[in-house]
Design a protein around this ligand. Structure first.
Ligand SMILES: *Cc1c(COP(=O)(O)O)cnc(C)c1O
Length: 422
């Protein structure tokens, strides 16, 4: 990719360039759809996406009309009952999944538990679960819980026990990997990894927490078996919004959820004492869906469906590249080291920078209104959300980072973790 900034230009000239990029940006008008507080540069949409303005009115309407006036009739009249699958299909549209394969429900953790347990049952005689030592710990915990429940299961981790190619064999049940690394933002090649895994008869389970809304994903085209992901990060659906679970159509008649949920029963309202899973992906639903949390998701999907995804991916490449170049400009002596891949195609929608006092620097930056986050031991993490960020904001964020370094104001901040959510 060609450089965005021209060498040897002044701060003012670079700013003019960023403003020109904003003026030509087809997504610029979408910013108006979100609540973006004055005086803050929000580069943490990879942790909790900004709030769609229209969610407020839609939640109020749901409360007053559907719950208040409609009461129990809204389960059918307001289509509450079908929200997990209707919104699941719409999420599918953003991750390359045809209809009937995605449910919006529960959390990533719970959905991963269901997908891995279903894989264990599908793969009788196999005993090994493979993941990556650097995977998000929540995913590793779920695997450990399953191992402690089923003593024959063993866990092998890439980066501790061997490489992917070494660890996947005829004894492997499934491989669980997060496509975009939550620390450094490196993005795995879904086609290639899925091919290596399935060549040994193992199932491929992708965690798309930092992929959905961040990178172009083609689940059907890649022949993925299961995928999980959340909607509160890049998809702007709000804190604790329903996660999603993709079950490839070819597996749906055989894959069984370990949670025999009555909502996933063939005929929930027959109240039959025997569990009989329904034929579709609905069999992966557990209990009564948390309807209130689906409303902001619906609002956010309306916005996501109004944009051209290719524009989002293009702006993602540009914003992350601009930030990397701008950090180089404002930190010419290289106090910060780039931890993310330089090649846009190899990274997600975040940029990670390393510094031994990273937490103190991030605290000083947040005090100036530039919100990113920190991941131990030394990673300053910045998320780039093309729907809500302008080029000028990205430039300004890098400029503030440069000032925090130049003034050394971060030395007044503690570099010790205090357990707070960042
Ligand atoms: C954010 C994140 C999760 C969170 O899982 P929940 O159970 O929904 O809290 C899981 N995996 C990865 C890779 C994440 O980044």
């Amino acid at each position: 990719m060609p450089k965005i900034l021209t060498d040897n230009e002044t701060v003012e000239q670079h700013l003019v360039k960023c403003r020109a990029l904003d003026a030509a940006d087809p997504l610029a008008c979408i910013r108006d759809e979100f609540v973006l507080p004055e005086g803050r540069l929000y580069l943490d949409g990879n942790s909790l996406g900004a709030m769609p303005k229209r969610a407020v009115a839609q939640v109020a309407k749901m409360m007053e009309e559907e719950w208040g006036r409609g009461q129990v009739t809204s389960w059918t009249q307001a289509d509450w009952f079908d929200l997990p699958t209707s919104l699941g299909d719409r999420i599918g549209g953003l991750i390359g999944a045809g209809p009937g394969q995605v449910v919006a429900t529960d959390t990533i953790s719970a959905n991963l538990f269901k997908a891995v347990c279903a894989s264990v049952r599908l793969q009788k005689g196999r005993v090994k679960l493979v993941s990556d030592r650097a995977n998000f710990p929540a995913d590793l915990y779920i695997l450990q819980g399953i191992r402690d429940l089923l003593p024959e299961i063993e866990i092998k981790l890439i980066g501790r026990d061997g490489t992917l190619a070494e660890l996947v064999d005829e004894r492997t049940i499934a491989v669980v990997l997060t496509q975009v690394d939550f620390r450094d933002g490196a993005c795995l090649d879904m086609v290639e990894v899925t091919r290596i895994v399935q060549a040994k008869g193992a199932l491929m389970i992708w965690d798309l927490a930092h992929s959905a809304g961040a990178v172009s994903v083609a689940l059907d085209a890649c022949g993925v078996d299961f995928a999980v992901g959340c909607t509160y990060k890049y998809l702007n659906a709000g804190p604790g919004a329903p996660a999603f679970l993709y079950v490839a159509r070819s597996l749906q008649s055989k894959a069984i959820s370990p949670i025999y949920g009555w909502i996933g029963h063939e005929d929930p309202f027959s109240f039959s004492p025997e569990y009989l899973p329904t034929g579709s992906v609905r069999r992966f639903l557990s209990g009564t869906p948390a309807i209130l949390s689906y409303i902001p998701l619906k609002a956010s999907l309306e916005i996501w469906e109004s944009v051209t995804l290719a524009d989002v991916w293009h702006k993602r490449d540009q914003l992350t590249a601009l930030f990397i170049e701008a950090v180089q400009f404002f930190d010419p002596s290289g106090m910060l080291r780039l931890a993310s891949p330089r090649e846009p195609a190899l990274r997600g929608s975040q940029v990670a920078l390393r510094h031994p006092s990273g937490l103190a620097i991030m605290r000083a930056l947040i005090a100036r209104g530039v919100v990113g986050d920190f991941r131990a031991p030394d990673i300053l993490r910045f998320g780039f959300t093309p729907l809500t960020l302008s080029y000028e904001e990205v430039w300004r964020a890098a400029s503030m980072l440069g000032e925090v370094l130049a003034t050394e104001e971060w030395r007044k901040m503690s570099n010790a973790a205090d357990g707070a959510v960042t």
